[in-house]
Design a protein around this ligand. Sequence first.
Ligand SMILES: [Zn+2]
Ligand SMILES: [Zn+2]
Length: 136
Amino acid sequence: MSNMLFGNCRCGRVRLEIDAERANIVNCHCGDCRQLSGSAFSTYLVVAAKNFRIAAGADDLTSYRPSEKGMRGFCQHCGSPILVQNQRYPNLRMIPLGVLHPDDELVPKINIFSDSRLSWVAFNCQTTDFAREIER
Ligand SMILES: [Zn+2]
Ligand SMILES: [Zn+2]
């Protein structure tokens, strides 16, 4: 079975190819993820940087730095979030679940920043909570 996943932004200019072997799927409840997604939390596929490739539209990406170490990449035409990086984890890439397909097989197992989780957010899958980041 192939572990390849594909993704694209809403307007289709930016296209992703990901080898999802050993990927983790993580919900992040931090304030940045809430504000920058406009939603109650964000769900990401977390992969090794070497397993992530921008197959098309690299020039259509732009970025925003919410903090000294953080970087958010998004399509400058349609605004779809494409990529989250943090210099604390230079070898990891976080890809928002909503730009990947198929996405229904990607079930989160981990919540991070669960101490910021909104009180009404609950999950119909088995998850492990970390109050803040996962320490390495
Ligand atoms: Zn786009
Ligand atoms: Zn976050």
